[in-house]
Design a protein around this ligand. Structure first.
Ligand SMILES: *[C@@H]1O[C@H](CO)[C@@H](O)[C@H](O)[C@H]1NC(C)=O
Ligand SMILES: *[C@@H]1O[C@H](CO)[C@@H](O)[C@H](O)[C@H]1NC(C)=O
Ligand SMILES: *[C@@H]1O[C@H](CO)[C@@H](O)[C@H](O)[C@H]1NC(C)=O
Ligand SMILES: *[C@@H]1O[C@H](CO)[C@@H](O)[C@H](O)[C@H]1NC(C)=O
Ligand SMILES: *[C@@H]1O[C@H](CO)[C@@H](O)[C@H](O)[C@H]1NC(C)=O
Ligand SMILES: *[C@@H]1O[C@H](CO)[C@@H](O)[C@H](O)[C@H]1NC(C)=O
Length: 417
């Protein structure tokens, strides 16, 4: 998995959530193979060798036969499997296949079905065949860190029980995989580190997903109240896409659930809306490496659970507010590479509060490693009117051609400014 602040900081929550789900599955279905959980605690794949064979009856029901057809079709379009992980995908006993997990069906406890597929970190190259639609009992599919390529087949919209889909760190291309929008049970969607392009569909946020990872693709959405309109998510990770637009006030619709919001390097413009401060469950807020302007909203003082705040590499101005610096859980506050001109109260000495921080390259008169007075003076002469930034006008016109433009080092605004 390529590492980045965005993926590493969030994957822990995701993994916990995933394990929580597996635990749930075990509670609901005592027959669910417990090596699935073992896999998630990073045991080696050798656990697969100590498994009991299911009975012949279990190996031959019609649903397992459909699964057999699907898995054989999949094996035919696997062109490289360096660890020979799928070499035992032979014969009708699909529950014995490496990476295939069976459990009692939710609608018929007497019937074994294929409920999980876990091929994480195997460097397998191949495609996803249409026959995957036959695996209608799947609850989870984890195929991260492989070389699966092509598009995600329409047929996966048949997987009505699918709860978790992790396609991350593969080579999928094409527009956002719209078949996932039809999955009624989906809660976790991880498609980061692929080559998906074009806009994110607005329906994505209205599905009630718990975790959405779309970072490190080639998405080009304009973020707005229409596109970021939904509820229910605890983790939203958008980093490293070619988005634009402003973080809309509708972000507050996620207030009852959102714990991690990562919008790193997403070409965000305008001011941070005060509604970010309504996300009272946030533990991690990272909006670094964008073109945000204006002040830190005072409402951020309401984020009582906030541990990590990264505002670095933007064009923000004004005062670093005391209300943020005294947040009880704050552990790491990065606001370097902005144009902040003063610090209030506790912000002056964050060390004394045990908060790790980075305040370099601002306009803080008493601090070392700040920007030049010339640059700071020019920026101070051009106050930002947040009300004008994202009301349909072209915020980019200001940012790209405004007071900041001649002074923007590449580190502040990557791209041809
Ligand atoms: C996989 O199987 C091929 C052919 O049987 C063999 O040459 C290769 O060494 C095997 N690789 C591993 C990692 O076992
Ligand atoms: C969808 O799943 C059903 C079983 O629930 C199966 O009969 C059908 O063939 C599947 N459709 C596709 C397109 O795979
Ligand atoms: C948000 O979505 C709801 C339906 O889910 C819709 O009624 C509403 O108009 C949308 N709001 C915006 C600003 O697009
Ligand atoms: C920012 O995202 C773009 C893709 O939109 C990527 O090419 C670039 O490397 C990213 N920059 C950083 C610093 O990660
Ligand atoms: C604080 O967070 C930033 C990015 O959010 C990270 O680069 C830095 O390593 C963290 N600092 C410490 C001391 O953990
Ligand atoms: C910050 O506070 C610590 C102890 O609370 C003190 O040792 C240090 O000198 C202070 N730093 C500044 C720059 O005032």
């Amino acid at each position: 998995m390529p590492s980045s602040s965005s993926s590493s900081s969030s994957s822990s929550t995701y993994a916990q959530a995933a394990c929580g789900f597996l635990f749930l599955l075990l509670l609901l279905n005592p027959n669910f193979s417990n090596k699935a959980t073992a896999k998630h605690t990073h045991s080696s794949s050798s656990t697969h060798h100590h498994r009991q064979r299911p009975t012949d009856a279990a190996a031959t029901n019609p649903r397992l036969h459909s699964a057999y057809l699907a898995l054989q079709a999949w094996k035919r379009v696997i062109y490289s499997d360096p660890s020979n992980y799928t070499s035992n995908w032979v014969g009708p006993s699909v529950c014995n296949y490496n990476g295939v997990y069976c459990t009692a069906s939710v609608d018929d406890p007497e019937t074994q079905v294929v409920a999980g597929i876990d091929l994480n970190h195997l460097d397998i190259a191949g495609f996803l065949p249409d026959e995957l639609g036959l695996l209608a009992d799947l609850a989870l599919v984890h195929i991260n860190s492989n070389r699966f390529c092509g598009i995600v087949p329409q047929a996966i919209s048949n997987l009505t029980l699918l709860h978790e889909l992790d396609l991350s760190n593969n080579r999928f291309v094409g527009p956002f995989p719209s078949p996932v929008l039809a999955l009624p049970s989906l809660k976790f969607l991880d498609i980061r580190y692929n080559e998906f392009e074009g806009p994110l569909p607005p329906q994505l946020f209205g599905m009630g997903l718990d975790a959405i990872f779309v970072n490190n693709n080639r998405f080009t959405s304009t973020i707005s109240s229409t596109t970021l309109n939904g509820t229910g998510a605890s983790v939203l990770v958008f980093a490293n896409n070619r988005f634009n637009g402003c973080l809309p006030p509708t972000i507050s619709q996620f207030a009852d659930t959102l714990e991690e919001l990562l919008l790193v390097n997403s070409s965000l413009q305008g001011c941070l809306p005060p509604e970010v401060g309504y996300l009272y469950k946030l533990r991690l807020l990272d909006v670094s490496r964008n073109r945000l302007v204006g002040p830190v909203p005072y409402s951020l003082a309401g984020l009582a659970h906030l541990e990590v705040l990264n505002l670095g590499h933007n064009l923000m101005t004004g005062i670093v507010p005391d209300g943020v610096c005294v947040l009880p859980r704050l552990d790491n506050f990065t606001f370097s590479y902005n144009f902040f001109c003063d610090e209030e109260g506790a912000c002056v000495n964050l060390t004394s509060r045990g908060v790790r921080f980075d305040d370099r390259r601002n306009c803080l008169p008493e601090k070392p490693l700040q920007r030049s007075k010339e640059l700071c003076d020019i920026v101070a002469e051009h106050p930002v009117d947040c009300g004008q930034r994202c009301t349909g006008g072209n915020a980019a016109g200001f940012v790209d051609g405004g007071a900041f433009a001649p002074f923007l080092a590449p580190a502040v605004a990557p791209g041809p400014t």
